[in-house]
Design a protein around this ligand. Structure first.
Ligand SMILES: *Cc1c(COP(=O)(O)O)cnc(C)c1O
Length: 379
């Protein structure tokens, strides 16, 4: 089955009781048993719920995996992965990382005796330099936020395999429509479902997908034991969102390309970060491991004036000033004062987050209107 068909059908059955073509919202905490232990596969909704289970099967299918698990947020999904480790274990992570991932690693799990190394994975040698017998997990995010750095998943997976470490990939930015990390050697794929998978800015949710039976057992054990599950109503909304994922992503990619090419020719714009440009670092890797370049773009302004950037994000009408990404509507953000404000200036500038950097989550509106909106807001 190809992607669009899987997005709409995989893992889903019409409701056996009524024939309803859409998976019902099973808004129930428990399930009647005919006798002790004699039930229809469901006992308690933390452990399993038919709406959530349908979504988990559907998600697993579109990531080319066997097992899916959904959580109350992307961070709850990350929490589950790290809980697979033991004190003394070490993790090697991308240094250019979603802020919340960095925070949970440093402020929650470090005190339980897990050690995190943050390295620049654009150069694979940096991983080889710190990997050792205590390395149990390599954590990759690609493309990264907000610099759109592309990490070679297959190359990292080779290092993970030869060191008996797991590889987990945060696939939030690319989505399974553009990139399938399991096919490239990853053991676990993680998603902030909140973003493109939900797609309509109305749900906070996370997910993990894997192929290995043992790993899945651990994943479900922690999902049930820690209890950070997602709700039936939210599962329904995301099932609905995923049915149009391929159509939405096609338009996100088309609009993203048009806007990136327009920005590059604008007299006030200095650099444009979009993996589709031949000049983008690791563009060749992006071409190999992704089927398109997505709708996330960052750019800087000539003169690098923070006031110019603030004026743009304030003056756009269609691009709404907000955190988050991946919805049908376009968003604009200023990483230096928003998502990356807590990182000291010197450090954030080293990774490219300068004062005039602006990040766009290009939605699926008409590209001409989006371009005219940006044009009017330019200094
Ligand atoms: C948003 C995001 C997360 C965290 O997900 P939540 O659903 O907000 O908990 C993790 N990784 C990336 C890349 C994200 O964009």
């Amino acid at each position: 089955m190809k992607f669009g068909t899987k997005a709409i059908h995989a893992g889903l059955q019409p409701d056996s009781a009524t024939g309803a073509i859409m998976t019902p919202i099973y808004q129930t905490s428990t399930y009647i048993q005919d006798g002790i232990g004699n039930h229809k596969g469901f006992e308690y909704s933390r452990t399993g719920n038919p709406t959530r289970n349908a979504l988990e099967s559907n998600l697993a299918a579109i990531e080319n995996g066997k097992y899916g698990a959904c959580f109350g947020s992307g961070l709850a999904a990350i929490d589950c992965v790290i809980k697979m480790l033991n004190p003394g274990d070490e993790v090697i992570s991308t240094n250019d990382l979603y802020g919340g991932s960095y925070r949970i690693f440093k402020t929650i799990f470090e005190k339980y005796g897990i050690k995190f190394h943050f390295v620049d994975m654009l150069d694979i040698q940096n991983i080889i330099d710190v990997v050792n017998e205590r390395t149990k997990l390599i954590w990759v995010e690609t493309p990264t936020n907000p610099m759109m750095n592309i990490i070679d998943i297959e190359a990292v997976s080779n290092i993970a395999k030869s060191n008996n470490a797991m590889l987990a990939v945060d696939n939030t930015f690319a989505t399974p429509y553009l990139q399938n990390p399991l096919d490239l050697g990853a053991d676990i794929v993680m998603h902030s479902v909140t973003k493109y998978l939900g797609g309509h800015s109305d749900v906070v949710m996370g997910a993990l997908v894997c192929n290995d039976d043992k790993l899945a057992e651990e994943m479900y054990r922690i999902q049930n034991s820690s209890g950070a599950v997602t709700a039936p109503m939210d599962s329904f909304l995301v099932l609905r969102g995923i049915k149009t994922l391929h159509v939405r992503l096609q338009r996100h990619c088309e609009n993203g390309e048009k806007i990136a090419r327009w920005l590059v020719n604008h007299s006030k714009v200095d650099k444009v970060y979009w993996p589709g440009f031949e000049s983008h670092t690791n563009h060749e890797v992006a071409k190999r491991q992704m089927r398109g370049f997505g709708g996330m773009i960052s750019f800087t302004l000539k003169g690098n004036e923070i006031e110019d950037a603030k004026q743009i994000v304030k003056n756009t009408q269609l691009f709404a000033l907000a955190e988050s990404l991946g919805g049908v509507e376009s968003l604009i953000g200023h990483p230096a004062t928003m998502t990356h404000a807590s990182i000291p200036r010197e450090e954030r500038e080293k990774s490219g987050v300068v004062d005039s950097l602006i990040r766009l989550s290009v939605g699926i509106e008409d590209a001409d209107d989006l371009i005219s909106d940006l044009d009017k807001a330019m200094p």
